[in-house]
Design a protein around this ligand. Structure first.
Ligand SMILES: [Zn+2]
Length: 197
């Protein structure tokens, strides 16, 4: 063992700095641990504690994230002016179809639509018409597709705009019988519905 006082020169410091296994110098750079490794790490970290200050903040954040208002605020905050998502929303998006999907949602959220779904379920005694299983995840399937009916409806009132006259069209939709025709619906379970569409 060497004894005495060793002075660390600038050269030593530089050499030490260069040899630090960081970033690209690290042997694990660019590799990802396997699921098994992650599980081992998780097991070995069980029961470990952070400093009380860190535990206090993480506990506080966990509680905050449970609050829907806080989550909504965080979500809105993430939509800053420079956010690329925002600049591509709605009319600015190349796939913008003139507000059709928003209008689609308006119709689907109408009480009349909810009543139509209930009526279809009642008609088929809450039983999937393909696999004959009663109950479960039921959906009402349109025999003539919803998009076709919507197309016919918009063609009939093509003088109105789905963005500017949205609420006028909503009122007209109530009187458009094809939307609410009980003969045009069939009860299917979620699984069978996927196969039909
Ligand atoms: Zn089914």
């Amino acid at each position: 063992m060497p004894t005495g006082i060793y002075k660390r020169t600038e050269w030593h410091k530089k050499r030490q700095k260069d040899s630090v296994l960081k970033g690209k110098n690290h042997p694990m750079y660019g590799t990802h641990p396997s699921q098994a490794t992650l599980k081992k790490l998780s097991e070995s970290h069980k029961g470990m504690h952070c400093s009380s200050k860190t535990e206090f903040t993480s506990e506080k954040m966990r509680k905050l994230w449970k609050d829907p208002i806080f989550r909504a605020k965080q979500f809105l905050a993430s939509y800053g002016k420079k956010c690329p998502k925002r600049s591509m929303l709605g009319k600015k998006h190349p796939n913008w179809q003139g507000g059709i999907s928003r209008f689609n949602d308006i119709i689907r959220n109408m009480n009349q639509n909810k009543d139509w779904i209930k009526a279809i379920f009642r008609k088929n005694n809450y039983t999937c018409q393909v696999c004959n299983i009663r109950g479960g995840n039921l959906e009402a399937h349109h025999i003539i597709s919803f998009s076709k009916i919507l197309n016919d409806f918009l063609n009939k009132y093509n003088s109105l705009s789905i963005t500017k006259n949205r609420y006028q069209l909503r009122k007209l939709a109530i009187t458009f019988n094809m939307f609410w025709d009980i003969n045009n619906g069939i009860t299917l379970c979620k699984k069978c519905h996927k196969e039909v569409v």
